[in-house]
Design a protein around this ligand. Sequence first.
Ligand SMILES: Nc1ncnc2c1ncn2[C@@H]1O[C@H](COP(=O)(O)OP(=O)(O)OP(=O)(O)O)[C@@H](O)[C@H]1O
Ligand SMILES: [Mg+2]
Length: 337
Amino acid sequence: MSTEHHAIRLESLTKSYGKVAALDGVDLEVRTGELVTLVGPSGSGKSTILRLIAGLERPDGGGILVNGQDVGSLPPHRRAVAMVFQDYALYPHLTVRGNLLFGLRVRRVRRGEAEQRAQQAAERLGITDLLDRYPDQMSGGQRQRVALARALLREPRVYLFDEPMASLDAPLRFATRADLLALHRELGTATIYVTHDQAEAMTLGDRVAVLQAGQVRQVGSPQEVYDWPADTFVAGFLGSPPMNLVPGGGVLGGTAGVTLGVRPEDLALDPEGSLEATVEAVEALGSEAIVLTRCADGTRLVVRTGPRPDVRPRDRVRLRPDPSRIHRFDAVSGRRR
Ligand SMILES: Nc1ncnc2c1ncn2[C@@H]1O[C@H](COP(=O)(O)OP(=O)(O)OP(=O)(O)O)[C@@H](O)[C@H]1O
Ligand SMILES: [Mg+2]
């Protein structure tokens, strides 16, 4: 077993709610200074993992170590863990300033210093003009930024973010993401960041962990999980549009017992291509286009092209798959092989 010191180490975590197995044996390690993004469908157990690490709930089994210490029996406030929730839990009876100062007061930071630090955090997230408002006097995005500012002030060993930017608009999200990343590098804490946004998962994460039905399907660098998905679930989850998966191989080269996959960008429209197909639809997205095609045997293949492909629905086209980019999976287990 590795002796490397992990800021967060989850060992065979299990958690059920009645008959629902929310977590089914989760192992995950996050190094000091590392940011791991956690992705997976709704209900796959992402928030449950964070709540267990923060100590808001108890696991049924398994271990949670923070900086090598088993925190299983510690109350939340003794875990040096700061969590930003999916639904920003601000104190409704306190102003933004009060919300920011609350944690500092609890930790007995002197008043002058506390106010200075709160001011800095507020400036960082662009909420200085909101300091005297109450939570119910702000938009969802504004509340979310206050929750982020409050988490920055905790200076924890471990940060847990549960979709902290879900209600921010695109430009603000982009800016806040950059701020968060800079801050993460500066503080060198271990961070787990849950997101539904694939771009966010890929750009923020040193590694990406993909969760399905309470199990970690794969953990790896963003490029690794994208280029070498461990199974058909990961292949079909990451990427938008996701990988084309053909059970039995079909038009991609039939072989019994396998499912073959190819990403939309690894299929080209090419008159010399080996596959014949009919265009069903063309979606122009500005910087690129998605062409939906259908082969004679009924297989649908999605192709990613440049912004202005010269094709229309019902056109007969030929497709050229990049042979070095065909993925092979076991037809039964779905595992890469
Ligand atoms: N307090 C609870 N009581 C009963 N079931 C729960 C409770 N909390 C979570 N669950 C169930 O546990 C599973 C995992 O939930 P969790 O909130 O961790 O999912 P999630 O991955 O965060 O989903 P989302 O992306 O929708 O936030 C789901 O099936 C959910 O219905
Ligand atoms: Mg959740």
